[in-house]
Ligand binder design. Structure first.
Ligand code: NAP
Length: 249
């Protein structure tokens, strides 16, 4: 996730590549970044990375946030903290870095590597300008939305877990295609593009899915037959149940 964000930042227009400093214990990962973006600064020393930084972004596993924070010489007056760690609340950050620090919780999904992330952003002690800056940064890596912290668990289920459910649909549709005689690679491209097209219809037209479904369900036709079969098999109910079990508060 950290590597994808660093790459996204470097490709974006808001932060200059030479102003990005990435810290990681693995020299091989740093070498790969440096090869792709020679202007990027890299180090294995976290404290060195945050020295003079305006924005400090943490992309370690949630249980490493506290120990990593302990080694960082943060300045609550001048710096803001951005955490992508799932499940670490603002209350926990207040305990670790004090009450004054501006903190953002950011949850991208894995499509960030394609600059197509759905990124959730919650803010704590941030100004409108700081919120706008974060939105601008992550809107360059897909679509970013500001949400209240209390919606983090539910929206993470929709986006970070939800992307896996969409991939599961792609896998299932491919299996059907293969049984019907379509080559796997062809089925993969056909289904993936259909999913991308469906998402574009919703995002670009800002319409409700039922409006788009209505356009392809001719009375007595083959699509409505399939859709009703999905409902008989509990498709909608299964998605709702999956989202609900993935929503852990
Ligand atoms: N993956 C997702 O879809 C997703 C979505 C939203 C949020 N998140 C959050 O993103 C965070 C990272 O997840 P991930 O899947 O990217 O994990 P990951 O692949 O394990 O990446 C974590 C990185 O942190 C490095 N690291 C370990 N200890 C460190 C330290 N002390 N100082 C600096 N870097 C250190 C690791 O390096 P080594 O490999 O060399 O140990 C690794 O490159 C998690 O908190 C997760 O909750 C993930």
């Amino acid at each position: 996730m950290g590597g994808a964000i660093a790459r996204g930042l470097a490709k974006g227009s808001i932060i200059r590549t030479e102003d990005i400093c990435v810290s990681n214990p693995s020299l091989a990962k740093l070498d790969a970044l440096k090869l792709e973006f020679p202007a990027m600064q890299v180090t294995s020393n976290n404290a060195e990375a945050v020295h003079e930084a305006d924005i400090v972004l943490l992309a370690v596993k949630p249980w490493l946030i506290e120990p990593v924070l302990k080694e960082l010489p943060l300045d609550a007056e001048k710096q803001m903290l951005v955490s992508v760690a799932a499940g670490i609340s603002f209350a926990q950050f207040e305990e670790w870095v004090g009450e004054k620090m501006t903190v953002f919780r950011v949850i991208p999904n894995t499509a960030i590597s394609q600059l197509e992330s759905m990124t959730l952003i919650a803010s704590h002690h941030a100004t409108q300008e700081q919120e706008q800056l974060l939105l601008d940064i992550f809107n360059e890596m897909g679509l970013a939305m500001l949400i209240p912290e209390k919606q983090m668990a539910a929206t993470t289920a929709l986006t970070s877990c939800g992307i896996a459910y969409v991939l599961k649909y792609i896998q299932a549709a491919m299996q059907a295609g293969i049984e019907l005689g379509v080559y796997p690679k062809d089925a993969q491209r056909m289904v993936a593009q259909s999913v991308k097209g469906a998402a574009s219809l919703i995002l670009n037209n800002d319409t409700h899915p039922s409006v788009e479904i209505d356009k392809v369900t001719t009375p007595g036709g083959i699509t409505i037959r399939g859709i009703n079969e999905l409902e008989h098999e509990g498709f909608t109910s299964a998605i709702i149940k999956a989202m609900k079990v993935s929503c852990v508060k």
